[in-house]
Design a protein around this ligand. Sequence first.
Ligand code: SF4
Length: 304
Amino acid sequence: MENSDAALLEKIQRLKKERNAVFLAHNYELGEIQDIADFVGDCLEMCQEAAKTEADVIVCCGVQFLAETMAILRPDKTVLLPDLNADCPMANMITVSRLKELKKEHPGATVVAYIKSPAAVKVEADICCATENAIRIVEKIPAGKEIIFVPDQYMGSYVTAQTGRDMILWPGYCNTHLRIQPRDINRLKSQYPRAKVVVHPECRPEVIALADAVLGTSGIVRFARESDATEFIIGTEIGILHRLRKENPEKRFFAASEDAVCHRMKMIRLETILWTLENMTHPVKVPDRIARKVRPCIEQMLEA
Ligand code: SF4
């Protein structure tokens, strides 16, 4: 380690202690961020950790919708997002006004909001879900009820395929997962014929059709740990390879596509964490009237 890195890490750790802060990081974060985090996981797990932390300050090493969800769950804490530009493009593909119109066109429909949506959109939803529990949650909606699923059409179509429930899908998408193409998987499969192909449900259906398993990031981590296989082709954002390799040094992991990089997740850096702790920037606050309305929905999602 360079002296400058060591000095930076030392400053971060000193300030972290002084502020009584906890670092919660997503599986897609840079390796150096994952390495200093108190917890690394998927969106649902990060929010579950935030819900029970005793720290005074939560440093959200993720994107805006995650920091917002944490702020809703913990109005008693200071939630900091080290870079306000860390914002999920898919979460911004939906507008409240158009969702309201859609609800009017389908009165009586149950609106399911994927966690990757802004708080103002979640206000319009009946239920929130994450990758890990979307299928379970949709299965519980009474048969015959219309369902509107927002904002990821690919996650929605995967849930439809698994549950048989027809849903009205918002036309949003994760541009990181869409960069993974069937030809990428086929090329790697011919190179590593024994490798298991594990992909995220936000991938396009043609990619999902080539997979041995379709899982969210925590599911991918479990699958890699528990599988007897020693080689894996991983179809999700490439940040997760750091954790997979670290936890399974005897196994080999190949990114389905090196282009599957979420630049918004990568905006959190050691320097921005240091500045955040020094200046207590940027506190994420959700207006009270929104937080009060959305909190029960999010709490249910954490337990589903
Ligand atoms: Fe949004 Fe996709 Fe990036 Fe996740 S990986 S933050 S869904 S753009």
